[in-house]
Design a protein around this ligand. Structure first.
Ligand SMILES: [Zn+2]
Length: 209
């Protein structure tokens, strides 16, 4: 991990992630990482409310249906998202440089995320033939039919979550591989050596000036 002053990146002609020549620049807002305690709390919510949604045997409340657990899961995730946004620190890099690989990667991520959201809608439509008949008191399900019903019931949630995660990875700041550090700095996770050297040189030049 390397801590840098983001303003200096405007004078570096190498992509921090790929080490290739910079082909375009844009303003990037780096965001601080959520606190560890918040991550632990969200993890506990996902296990405690998410597991019973997909595994009927793990339902501990006096309710055989998954709806209440789903409500707890989304309520918990929403609360976590709110707390994260309240505690968020953002640092701007006015002219961060990207190589040709970065926007191509971003397009692929966004394209796959859009496909996931379309699949979310399509798999919701499957509720009518596969999930609803049992809700209105259809015939007894064979084990295979029960598995199909379970897969159809869980699919929209899975597609929506995968789509949201892909969109998060498509952010410019994530493509650049950085998060907001303290005092307006940016912490880069795995920058290429050439980028770090160029930034260090700018730092030395700024100290001399
Ligand atoms: Zn790049």
């Amino acid at each position: 991990m390397v801590t840098i002053v983001p303003q200096w990146s405007g004078s570096v002609a190498i992509c921090a992630r790929h080490g290739l020549p910079v082909t375009f620049r844009t303003e990037v807002w780096f965001r601080s990482r959520p606190p560890v305690l918040l991550c632990v709390a969200v993890f506990v919510v996902v296990i405690a409310a998410g597991l019973p949604v997909v595994v009927p045997a793990a339902r501990y409340l006096d309710d055989p249906d998954p709806e209440l657990y789903l409500l707890l899961l989304f309520g918990g995730l929403f609360a976590g998202w709110l707390v994260h946004n309240v505690m968020l620190r953002q640092v701007s890099a006015p002219a961060w440089g990207f190589c040709d690989v970065c926007p191509a990667l971003r397009s692929r991520l966004v394209g796959t995320a859009v496909t996931c959201f379309l699949l979310t809608v399509c798999s919701c439509a499957l509720y009518v033939p596969f999930v609803l008949p049992e809700q209105v008191g259809g015939d007894e399900l064979s084990p295979f039919q029960a598995i199909v019903r379970w897969a159809v019931a869980v699919a929209p949630g899975v597609f929506a979550i995968v789509g949201a995660v892909l969109l998060a990875f498509a952010r410019w700041s994530v493509l650049a591989g950085g998060v907001a550090g303290k005092d307006g700095t940016v912490v880069l996770r795995r920058p290429v050596l050439e980028f770090v050297r160029a930034i260090a040189e700018l730092g030395r030049a700024a100290e001399k000036a």
